[in-house]
Ligand binder design. Structure first.
Ligand code: PMP
Length: 362
């Protein structure tokens, strides 16, 4: 299998050390050593998510964490507000409707981010609101939701749970759920952690656990209360976990702790800024109004077909970036720089884009 330079918006490349750990012999998940590792990963995830709250590890991709949040904390007919500014934030509405919640959508044009004022206006218009769903980095557009500003502005105006999808932001962008007043954070293994997909994480505060006691929706595999009980009883995971991923998670999380989360946030920010400065030199610009530093969504002139740039990057230069989704299919490419990506890789991508564009213009 030929390896491309993986610059997608997830999954990210994995390190040689992680590859080695993933090839170890299998381990029994009820053994003392594994349970210790499971507990260690759970505690380290609290550091990674900057929270003192319980973190539940689920086997599944990020969407499993999103579904678990809905099915464990809400009931049919509950009123919830979803800020939709792209494909992934729309997923909150789709899941909520699949579970018969009453969804109110605050639709924001793709590429834009919600402001506190619009959010407050919607809060007051909806009666007995139970949940508010936000997406920190909307991976389809690259837009950042400025949680640090928005959440304090709404926190004292509502008793609804504030739920944040941090799947493409945790461990990459500054995120302080406890300080900012977030009740539930959802993330996954294949972006900021630099692991393969397969683990979802849900961090819940005490208010969220109280909501879980009132939830009337059916759940089984993704039952967060039973998962917490299993952990508290010293049994580790509720079901057979993704054992190899847990060992790899322990390794990458210990490296992150050594390096320091704040240093990683700064490093990712500076890499994003350098990359964007170079894009500007090439006459290119970003699609989102407020870009998240996890990725750069590059827009092209109408005369350039972004789908073709994507194809040429892959076929001629061995570089795999993400395509534009939905309405952005012909207009943008999405370049991820979440983890295990540095200046040399981004420079290679820039020079390939430059060559592609020069042959189109010349
Ligand atoms: N939300 C966001 C912001 C994402 O970036 C993704 C993955 N691209 C998802 C949700 C869905 O996660 P998964 O594909 O891991 O289920």
């Amino acid at each position: 299998m030929q390896d491309h330079l993986l610059l997608t918006a997830g999954p990210t490349p994995i390190s040689e050390e992680v590859k080695q750990i993933l090839s170890h012999s299998m381990f029994y998940h009820r053994s003392e050593k594994f349970i210790q590792t499971y507990e260690s990963v759970t505690h380290r995830l609290q550091y990674w998510l900057r929270t003192k709250n319980d973190v539940i590890i689920l086997t599944g991709s990020g969407t499993a964490g999103m579904e678990a949040t809905i099915s464990n904390l809400f009931s049919p007919g509950d009123h919830v507000l979803v800020v939709e500014n792209g494909k992934f934030s729309q997923r909150w509405s789709e899941i909520a409707e699949a579970f018969q919640l009453k969804v109110f959508r605050l639709v924001v044009p793709w590429g834009k981010s919600v402001g506190a004022e619009a959010l407050v206006k919607n809060l007051t218009a909806i009666g007995s609101l139970k949940g508010i769903f936000l997406t920190h980095c909307e991976t389809s557009t690259g837009a950042l939701t400025d949680l640090e500003i928005i959440i304090p502005a709404i926190r004292h105006q509502t008793s609804a749970l504030i739920v944040v999808d941090a799947i493409s932001s945790a461990g990459i962008l500054p995120l302080k759920p406890d300080d900012w007043g977030i009740d539930v954070i959802v993330s996954a293994s294949q972006k900021g952690l630099g692991l393969p997909p397969g683990l979802a994480f849900v961090a819940l505060n005490n208010r969220a656990w109280i909501f879980s006691e009132q939830s009337e929706l059916p759940k089984y595999y993704l039952d967060l209360t039973r998962a917490r009980q299993s952990f508290q009883l010293g049994r580790g995971a509720l079901f057979t976990p993704a054992i190899s991923l847990i060992f790899a998670a322990d390794h990458v999380l210990s490296q992150i702790q050594q390096k320091g989360l704040e240093n990683i946030w700064r490093e990712r920010q500076s890499l994003a800024h350098q990359f964007r400065a170079r894009l500007t030199e090439l006459g290119l610009s970003l699609f989102p109004e407020i870009p998240a530093d996890s990725m750069s969504v590059i827009k092209f002139e109408p005369s350039v077909n972004a789908k073709q740039v994507h194809a040429e990057l892959k076929e001629k230069f061995g570089i795999l970036v993400s395509r534009g989704q939905g309405q952005l299919a012909q207009k943008v490419i999405r370049v991820g720089h979440m983890t295990n990506i540095g200046e040399p890789e981004l420079e290679r991508c820039l020079s390939a884009i430059q060559t592609i564009l020069s042959t189109k213009i010349g």
